[in-house]
Design a protein around this ligand. Structure first.
Ligand SMILES: C[S@@+](CC[C@H](N)C(=O)[O-])C[C@H]1O[C@@H](n2cnc3c(N)ncnc32)[C@H](O)[C@@H]1O
Length: 289
């Protein structure tokens, strides 16, 4: 499978294949921002089943997903993170999205590759959806580790930060209260609504609101951003709408099929994706363990 970068850079470039192969062929110091959301090593396959109505009955039409169980998760990620470091521009940043199961191991691995001083923030994406545990505290957050290749120089568009209301506006005066305050490293944001327009049906799709915030604040219009665990292509949609160029990679045919539907009408270079048809309609999705 050919995985060389396209000579002409369109708004979006999508590669089908193992990201390690694509990364190893990618030029050094060429990417402004990497956001990745790899499998979380949950120990089970991420699966969604599409249902349709037949003769008034709801019947399973097809299932799609990807494996999410690794004997050596760090061993899988490490060579990819070495390449991520190499291809980042000198002032580039990595945003690494994971959860409580593996975040500590990933932090140690990334500290080794980027250097501890390059670690800038651990962003907690907190949401509030789904069942609650009766035997322990319900885990309702993900962890996003931010590394800047050069901790003294990186893109941080302060003026692009959203404003949120003060908890006690009476204590800060009317002008400040009207402007609101900037968010901290804890981001409250709902998950992708199960029946909203944003939903693609791809397992573990991340919300535009979270991804847009990263793209807006940590890159500039015209920059090159990359997600080499692209899934349904959320970073691509965000980059396109915010005027950034984007490279996406996924090794799952279903992800490519979903992106083909999601990016319909956009100018996209599909590399190694021949023969994969766009996914059809959304149907009714159900998570299957
Ligand atoms: C958590 S999902 C990404 C979801 C995405 N952020 C979204 O919003 O839809 C992780 C993706 O990594 C892909 N993946 C796993 N191993 C890969 C590899 N070696 N090369 C490329 N993609 C891989 C899986 O197929 C899956 O689509």
């Amino acid at each position: 499978m050919k995985s060389k970068p396209a000579s002409r850079r369109p708004g979006i470039e999508v590669h089908f294949g193992d990201n390690l192969e694509v990364l190893r062929g990618w030029p050094s110091e060429s990417v402004d921002l990497i956001y990745i959301d790899p499998p979380f090593n949950t120990g089970h396959r991420q699966l969604r089943t599409r249902f349709c109505k037949r003769g008034g009955e709801k019947v399973a039409e097809r299932s799609y997903g990807y494996p999410d169980s690794f004997d050596d998760f760090s061993g899988f990620l490490q060579p990819r993170m070495v390449e991520a470091y190499r291809i980042l521009k000198p002032y580039g940043s990595l945003f690494f999205h994971i959860d409580f199961r593996e975040v500590h191991y990933c932090k140690v691995m990334l500290d080794t590759i980027f250097g501890r001083s390059s670690f800038i923030n651990e962003i907690i994406w907190a949401y509030d959806y789904g069942a609650r545990s009766k035997v322990k505290w319900s885990a309702k957050h993900d962890n996003i580790l931010w590394y800047a290749k050069d901790p003294k120089h990186y893109t941080f568009n302060y003026d692009e930060m959203p404003r949120i209301p003060y908890m006690a506006p009476g204590l800060v005066g009317p002008e400040k209260a009207a402007r609101g305050k900037t968010p901290t490293d804890v981001w409250w944001h709902t998950i992708v609504s199960p029946n909203g327009r944003e939903k693609t049906g791809y397992a573990t799709q991340k919300p535009r609101g979270v991804i847009d915030r990263i793209v807006r604040i940590h890159s500039k219009p015209g920059d090159l951003v990359m997600d080499f665990f692209a899934g349904s292509g959320t970073l691509g949609e965000s980059a396109h709408s915010l005027g950034r160029n984007c490279v996406l990679v996924d090794s799952n045919r279903d992800a490519i099929a979903v992106m083909k539907r999601r990016f319909k009408g956009l100018e996209v270079a599909w590399i190694g994706c021949g023969g994969i048809a766009p996914e059809k309609g959304r149907g009714v999705e159900k998570k299957v363990k």
